[in-house]
Design a protein around this ligand. Structure first.
Ligand code: ARG
Length: 498
C-alpha cells in the first residue's frame, strides 16, 4: 500500500513536470540545469578569455593572412572558435602549435579547446572530449600535374612514397589502405607539398578542402581520382574531458551557426581570402622581420644566461666538494646527452604538469639557456685545461694564491682557446633556436612555415630564411673575430709592458 502511494506520487510529479516544460514554464531539462556549472567553464569565465589551440597550416580551415599590413590567423575554424568564445562571453586568444602537439597541450591545460579540422577518432576520444561534428569531408590525393592518370586506385601506390601529416587520420588511412606504399609522415602540410614538388614524394593525402585549395593555387599540382574505403571524416572541436556544461555550450554554438547559414558564410569568406593575389614582399616581408627579431632576442637571452650558467658549472666542476662536482657533471651530461627538441618539450609541458603556466617564449628561452650552459661550461673547462700545468705551478711558486694564479695567469691564457670555441657555441645556438618553433614561438623558422602555408609557395620562403640565418651567423662571426683580435692586441700590449 505504502509502495503504491509512493509510485503514484512519482508518476504525478513526472506528469506535472512534463506538462509544465511542454508549455514552456520550465525550459531546461534537469540534465541541462545540472550542466550549467562545471569547473572548466567557470574557470574560463572567471579568466575572461579562452585559449584556442590551432595548427594554422590548413587552408581554408586555418591559415595566415596579412590583412591591412597585419598578420592574422584566419579560416572558418577560427571564425567558429571566435563564435564559441563569444557565446560563452569571453575573449578568444589563439595559440599556434604543430598538429601533433595539440592533444598534449589540451591535456596539460595549455589550451582550452582545439579547432583544427580534428577528427574524433576512438583513440582520441579516450583522451579528450569532442563536440558534435561541424563538417564531414572526403579525403583526396594530390600528385604532380601530368601524373594524375598514373594513379587510379589505392593499389597503384605500391612502392611509392606517400606523404601525410604526422599523427593525423590521413596517416592511418594511408597506412591501412594504400598497401605497399611507403608512408612518410611530416609535421606540416607545407612540407608535404614541398616534398611532392621536389619529387621526394609521389603523392600527398589530405582532406578535400585543403587538397582543392592547393591544387587551385599551385599549377604544378593535380588531384588523382582515388577512392578510399574509409572516405569521410568528421571535424569536431576537442575539449577537456568531464566538462558537460562547456561541451553543451560549444554544441549549441555549432548547431546555431550551421542552421542559420553563418558557417557557410565563413567558408565562403575563407575561400575568398585564400585566393586574393598579393605582392609577396608586401604580404610577407613583415613575417621575416618579426621572426628574425625574435630569433635574435632568443639567442641573446640564451648566450647571456648560458654563459652565466656555464661559468657557474665550470666552477662547480673544479670545486673540492664531490657532491657539487657530481651535480655539475650530471647536469652537463644530461643536457648534452639529450636532444634539444626533447628538452624544449620537457620544459614547455613539464612546467604545466607541476602547475606553473609558462609561456612558449619563456619555455624556449629557458630551454636554450639551460642547454647552452652545459656546452659553455665544457668550453670553459677545456680552455682552462689547455693551459699547461707548469703555468699554475710557476705562479704558485712565485707566491700567488691559487685564486690569484687562476685569475692572473691561467684565465688570460685560457681565453685564447675559449673565445673561438665560445663563438662557435653562440653560432650554433642561433641556428638551433629554430627548434623552438615546435611549441609555437614565432621565431624565424616558425614564420617561414607560416609564409609557406599562406603563400602556397613552399620553396621561396626557405631560400629567404636560409639567407637570413647566413647573414646573421656571418655578422656574429665577424663580431667575434673583432673581439678576438682586440683581446690579442691587449695581450701584446701586456707583454710589452711586462
Ligand atoms: N582531420 C585530420 C585529423 O584529425 C587532419 C587534421 C589536420 N589539421 C591541421 N590543422 N593541420 O587527423
Amino acid at each position: 500500500m505504502k509502495n503504491n502511494k509512493k509510485h503514484f506520487l512519482i508518476w504525478a510529479l513526472l506528469c506535472l513536470t512534463m506538462l509544465i516544460s511542454s508549455i514552456g514554464i520550465l525550459p531546461s531539462t534537469t540534465t541541462q540545469a545540472a550542466a550549467k556549472t562545471d569547473a572548466q567553464l567557470t574557470a574560463i569565465k572567471k579568466r575572461g578569455y579562452m585559449v584556442l589551440g590551432v595548427s594554422a597550416d590548413y587552408p581554408p580551415y586555418e591559415f595566415h593572412k596579412t590583412i591591412n599590413g597585419e598578420d592574422k590567423v584566419v579560416g572558418f575554424d577560427i571564425d567558429l572558435a571566435r563564435q564559441v568564445a563569444k557565446d560563452i562571453g569571453v575573449e578568444l586568444r589563439i595559440k599556434e602549435l604543430g598538429f601533433n602537439s595539440l592533444m598534449g597541450s589540451l591535456k596539460t591545460g595549455k589550451v582550452d579547446m582545439i579547432v583544427s579540422a580534428m577528427t574524433p577518432t576512438p583513440e582520441r576520444r579516450k583522451e579528450v572530449a569532442f563536440s558534435d561534428s561541424y563538417l564531414t569531408v572526403a579525403q583526396k590525393v594530390i600528385v604532380r600535374k601530368g601524373e594524375e592518370n598514373k594513379y587510379r586506385s589505392v593499389m597503384d601506390f605500391k612502392g611509392q612514397s606517400v606523404g601525410v601529416q604526422k599523427q593525423t587520420t590521413q596517416e592511418t588511412t594511408a597506412k591501412e589502405e594504400m598497401s605497399g606504399a611507403k608512408v612518410v609522415s611530416l609535421e606540416k602540410v607545407t612540407d608535404l607539398i614541398l616534398n611532392l614538388q621536389q619529387k621526394k614524394l609521389s603523392a600527398v593525402v589530405v582532406e578535400a578542402p585543403v587538397a582543392d585549395a592547393y591544387v587551385q593555387t599551385n599549377k604544378a599540382l593535380a588531384l588523382a581520382n582515388i577512392k578510399f574505403t574509409n572516405a569521410n571524416y568528421d571535424c569536431a572541436i576537442a575539449l577537456p574531458k568531464g566538462s558537460p556544461a562547456y561541451l553543451a555550450s560549444v554544441n549549441k554554438t555549432i548547431k546555431k551557426v550551421k542552421s542559420n547559414g553563418q558557417f557557410k558564410e565563413w567558408r565562403k569568406t575563407a575561400n575568398e581570402q585564400m585566393f586574393t593575389e598579393q605582392n609577396f614582399w608586401q604580404a610577407y616581408g613583415s613575417y621575416f622581420v618579426k621572426g628574425t627579431g625574435i630569433t635574435i632576442v632568443l639567442t641573446i637571452i640564451g648566450v647571456l644566461f648560458g654563459s652565466l650558467l656555464g661559468t657557474l658549472l665550470a666552477l662547480m666542476k673544479r670545486a673540492h666538494s664531490k657532491i657539487i662536482k657530481a651535480i655539475a657533471t650530471v647536469y652537463i651530461q644530461y643536457f648534452r646527452g639529450t636532444p634539444l627538441l626533447v628538452q624544449v618539450f620537457m620544459i614547455y609541458f613539464g612546467t604545466q604538469v607541476i602547475g606553473i603556466n609558462v609561456s612558449a617564449f619563456v619555455s624556449a628561452a629557458i630551454a636554450l639557456s639551460l642547454n647552452s650552459g652545459a656546452y659553455v661550461s665544457e668550453v670553459i673547462r677545456s680552455g682552462i685545461q689547455s693551459v699547461a700545468k707548469g703555468q699554475t705551478e710557476a705562479a704558485r711558486s712565485l707566491g700567488l694564491s691559487s685564486k690569484k694564479a687562476m685569475r692572473l695567469v691561467v684565465l688570460p691564457q685560457a681565453i685564447k682557446t675559449i673565445l673561438p670555441a665560445l663563438g662557435n657555441e653562440f653560432i650554433s645556438l642561433l641556428k638551433e633556436s629554430a627548434i623552438v618553433s615546435v611549441i609555437g614561438v614565432g621565431e624565424l623558422m616558425f614564420q617561414t612555415t607560416v609564409v609557406q602555408g599562406s603563400s602556397f609557395k613552399p620553396f621561396l620562403p626557405l631560400v629567404i630564411t636560409s639567407l637570413i640565418y647566413f647573414v646573421l651567423t656571418l655578422i656574429l662571426s665577424l663580431l667575434l673575430r673583432y673581439f678576438e683580435k682586440k683581446m690579442k692586441v691587449g695581450k701584446a700590449k701586456n707583454e710589452v709592458f711586462d
